[in-house]
Design a protein around this ligand. Structure first.
Ligand code: ZN
Ligand code: ZN
Ligand code: ZN
Length: 258
């Protein structure tokens, strides 16, 4: 299985609009972070995790001609509002892509994109909207998503639960503030752990900072951990220097074999 980081930035992205800090002005391409997206590939099967605002640019850069399914972690704009770009995969021959999303987010997502996901989509002749089949999942379900067996795990993230998963040796934790007490067992034996981290210091109400992420990594004890959903307060090269052995900073376009 191969994992590609399509986007590794927090909701503002990096560079931040109007910011003149060193990271936002850096020449290091690893400091250019689009919003969160991941592509999992196994053979010719492709699973997209989240549809961030830069989805088109990410998929063009990664030369992705199609995806078999999409898994949505939660409906914050930085994870969802590139959904329209899925038209490229579904528009021409009327095929539909399964979009897996949490049952507790479904009504909100449908309302937000009612013109193609609502109960009465307004189909205008000659126009193209994403063809998506909504498949709701529940916390702790084992879901076969395009041949990827995903154990869904919900993580507290302010007003939403954000859903990651365990898939074989991989565990993915996106936009989490805490690991629920009864979820640690599901992470046990993880070899590659991916999790969100914003910055060092000043705890955030809905996200791990780096220190909190490192505490999770220490307890799960994977062979390899990668931090994503990073802000402009983290310079890639400095972060890599500072992180302990076995922990890396992800960057846009990075691929990991699992
Ligand atoms: Zn986010
Ligand atoms: Zn900045
Ligand atoms: Zn979020």
């Amino acid at each position: 299985m191969k994992l590609r980081f399509l986007g590794t930035g927090t909701s503002f992205g990096v560079p931040v609009i109007g910011c003149s800090c060193a990271v936002c002005n850096s020449d290091d391409p690893r400091n250019r972070r689009t919003r969160h997206g991941i592509l999992l590939e196994d053979g010719d099967r492709k699973l997209l995790v989240d549809t961030p605002p830069e989805l088109r640019l990410q998929l063009v850069a990664a030369d992705v001609p199609r995806v078999d399914a999409v898994f949505l972690t939660h409906p914050h704009a930085d994870h969802l509002h590139g959904i329209d770009d899925l038209r490229a995969f579904t528009g021409h021959d009327g095929n539909r892509i399964p979009l897996y999303l949490s049952a507790d987010h479904q009504a909100e997502v449908q309302a937000r994109f009612s013109y193609f996901l609502g109960p009465e989509p307004s189909k205008q002749p000659g126009t193209v909207v994403p063809g998506l089949e909504l498949i709701p999942y529940h916390d702790r379900d084992l879901v076969d998503v395009a041949g990827f067996p995903l154990r869904v795990i919900g993580f507290p993230h302010g007003m939403y639960q954000s859903y990651g998963f365990r898939c074989g040796d991989l565990s993915l934790i996106v936009d989490a503030k805490r690991v629920p007490d009864d979820a640690w067992g599901l992470l046990e034996g993880t070899r590659v752990l991916i999790l969100n981290a914003l910055w060092y210091g000043s705890p955030h109400p809905t996200h791990f900072n780096v220190e909190e992420a490192l505490a999770v990594i220490e307890r799960v004890d994977p062979e390899r951990a990668l931090l994503t959903h990073l802000t402009h307060r983290l310079d890639h090269a400095e972060l890599e220097e500072r992180l302990p052995a076995g922990v890396e900073a992800a960057y846009d376009g990075m691929t990991v074999e699992i």
